[in-house]
Design a protein around this ligand. Sequence first.
Ligand SMILES: Nc1ncnc2c1ncn2[C@@H]1O[C@H](COP(=O)(O)OP(=O)(O)OP(=O)(O)O)[C@@H](O)[C@H]1O
Ligand SMILES: [Mg+2]
Length: 474
Amino acid sequence: MSAFRTVGARLSLALLAVVALVLGLVYVIVVPSLKNRLIDARLTDLDRAARTLAAEYKQNPNDPDFFSNASASTNARVVLMSVVSESPTLVTPGPSSVPGKALGDFTNDPITTRTAETSHLEQGTVKRDGAEFAEVSVSIKDGSGNILLLSAPLHDAIADVDAVQRRMLFAGGLALLVALLVGYTAARLFARRIRRLERAADRIAGGRFGEQVADRSADELGELARAFDRMRLRLSGLDHARREFVANASHELRTPLFSLGGFLELLEDEELDEPTRREFLDTMAGQVRRLTKLADDLLDLSKLDAGRLHMETQPVDLGSLASAAVDEFAGVARASEHPLEYAGNGGAAARGDPQRVLQIVRILLENALVHTPPGTRVEVSVRRAGGQAEITVTDWGPGISPDDRAELFERFYRGESTKASGSGLGLAIARELAELMGGRIELESKPGRTVFSLVLPAAEVTREAEPEREPVTV
Ligand SMILES: Nc1ncnc2c1ncn2[C@@H]1O[C@H](COP(=O)(O)OP(=O)(O)OP(=O)(O)O)[C@@H](O)[C@H]1O
Ligand SMILES: [Mg+2]
């Protein structure tokens, strides 16, 4: 990266530009106004002195020391100018009293000329022999037409301004240097922190989640580092879940495949009697069913993860759906000796996808039949409360321990006491499907009674309420 494209260089240049701009503005505004104020102050002094001196001279024009005293007290040259001829010329004092200056210096003096024209007091600055003077001229008004001229050199004031100018330039240079140093150091510190974040991002992108992204500052970069660290923890969790999922899925696939392979070998034995062969084939069919269910579940989960599971949102009559599910499981329940019934307690319409609602009820019903001992009563019921509609599967089995309850909905989690050969995916799928429909799965369990409810948003039913059904008992 070119040196001028780094954040550090850009920050220091920006700081430098701001300081230079501020100094330039101060210089442009302060220096000329300071000079004008000094000249104005000098002219005001001269103005006041000129009025007094004109009055004094008019009263006593023959005082031989008037001009030397006036010059000393005003710190300016005080001369008398004649305007009888066309151009103003010096009358008094003579050339000797103006040391180092030729007489012609004051001839045609512009300020005196203005007074000659207007007869008023005039003031201004003039340049003579390369030097600048503040001048005030005032008419004596004694009938002679003579004018008193006060001319003060401005080199002191200009020297003061020059000194201020020099100091400002020096201070400006120093400020720029400090700005450059401070900007560069601050920018280096920032750049170092940004590079640390960049390295952390590279580490995370490379799948190395072990090292914490640390920056304790309270500023935006600190916030960014903390956001990075949250991302690291989340990605690390996801990565862990992904690895666990792959490991669990392969394990779940391997077990029935291994068993199928074993039975295939056994079936090759020609001496097998027919009943044993039949038994082996039944077990193999069971393993194939298990594999098919596992493949379906894994497919559903991958669709859920990819957000590709299609959901139809429409009014679903939970009553008829519950009754259909109970009918579907009647055979299985009879085989496993579970009294199964639909408590036909009126209808309830929910908003959701009928196929997915049925899938969830199947998962809950299968669990109630598989994870409870034979003889356990199982009941399905529906209910509408407020803006929600529920379908509930209740069993009077041994219940679920509090330890299991916390993780029951995790993928591949099987209860400690579970003897059945499930994969632990049913409840995980049920919960994700319910959430996709804007609902949830609720669980209440105590020894002797377990209640799983699918709670969905209620739908307004436009058609006439269904007639009350008789409880279906299998
Ligand atoms: N009605 C219930 N009574 C007692 N335990 C239950 C009940 N329902 C679920 N469980 C417990 O919850 C665990 C997780 O259930 P889940 O449906 O997710 O997986 P599974 O039934 O073991 O396997 P799969 O559903 O994938 O075939 C079960 O292993 C079981 O221990
Ligand atoms: Mg299950």
